[in-house]
Design a protein around this ligand. Sequence first.
Ligand SMILES: Cc1cc2nc3c(=O)[nH]c(=O)nc-3n(C[C@H](O)[C@H](O)[C@H](O)COP(=O)(O)O)c2cc1C
Ligand code: SF4
Ligand code: SF4
Length: 247
Amino acid sequence: MIFYFSGTGNSAWAARQLARLTGDEVYDVTDLNGLPKMDNAKQIGFVFPVYAWGAPEIMEDFAKKLPRPRVFTFGVCTCGGDAGLTMKQFSKLYPLDGSYSLLMPNNYIIGSDTDETGEILQKITAARGELERMAQEIRRQERIYRVHEGALAGVKSRLVNFGFNKFARSAKPFYAGDSCNGCGRCAENCPASAISIRDGKPVWAERCFQCLRCINECPRQAIQYGKVTAGRRRYTIRPYLPRDEQL
Ligand SMILES: Cc1cc2nc3c(=O)[nH]c(=O)nc-3n(C[C@H](O)[C@H](O)[C@H](O)COP(=O)(O)O)c2cc1C
Ligand code: SF4
Ligand code: SF4
């Protein structure tokens, strides 16, 4: 069984590709109604994006509640650069036999512009190869730690991650500009249910997951986050996938 969370599709795609190669069933944690039956689980995997060198809180909360049958476990974090101690810290919540990071296109438009098309395609092609290698190792139930931690991993995953979860998850700076046509897609697709449509325009709650699906996937590119996102490229994996890999 592979459980995943994904904002802009990288982790959803990686989870599905991996499940196809390992023969696992795949579950989006935001679609689950309560905890799944795990009686027949032969192995358990998690796939999620790195947020400020840590796992998304929704994934940590899910893992804390999930039963722990005595089977092989593995986790994959997708990241735009480096993962810090994400997998070591996640493994304290749900012990993992195999831990990996997977380099994928960067969706953090608040921090910097997202990757250019060439780099996106390169990363996805390399990720396909890395997922095949991972799947072979998982099938052999190998205990592997292959995570690109990067520099200052401890500082980033402890201090910066603490600051991110405490202070940087405000949804208040989001707003929709004049090109918004009130289609409602952002509200329907928000995994935190943090957007509602009022008088034909989206309104954001105080806090959210910061998955950045709304700003990256608005069909009219109408959403901004404060002053920093104007003119930056939007990213979602969908336009870069062939038909047989679509989400
Ligand atoms: C709030 C936020 C924080 C992020 N922090 C990091 C980070 O610390 N290191 C990194 O390499 N990528 C970081 N990223 C980039 C994502 O981890 C990366 O693009 C990921 O593959 C997105 O997965 P998704 O499409 O499944 O949401 C961050 C993205 C977001 C939205
Ligand atoms: S998805 Fe974009 S266009 Fe549609 S309601 Fe949201 S902000 Fe407006
Ligand atoms: S408001 Fe936007 S960034 Fe926040 S959880 Fe919802 S879709 Fe993700």
